[in-house]
Design a binder for this molecule. Structure first.
Ligand code: SF4
Length: 71
């Protein structure tokens, strides 16, 4: 599990038991709870800028609601 999850806005927003959106569950399973956490773009953003991004940045670097690359 990612060590950032207790403070990560993406994880805290979308890791809800009743959230039925498979898109978010797949991202959480593969990044936050899986091996892709090593290449998470949210983690890179925080390390490279010093600021935590709001929840709309997915761990894959895209906006949560479209395919626009944010980081
Ligand atoms: S989105 Fe990235 S920083 Fe946040 S908990 Fe998941 S792997 Fe960690």
């Amino acid at each position: 599990m990612c060590s950032h999850k207790d403070t990560c806005a993406f994880y805290l927003t979308y890791n809800k038991e009743k959230d039925t959106d498979k898109k978010f569950q797949i991202l959480i399973d593969t990044y936050c709870n899986g091996s892709l956490k090593e290449i998470c773009r949210r983690k890179a953003y925080k390390e490279e800028t010093g600021f935590a991004h709001i929840a709309d940045l997915s761990p894959n670097g895209h906006h949560v609601n479209n395919n626009k690359r944010l980081y």
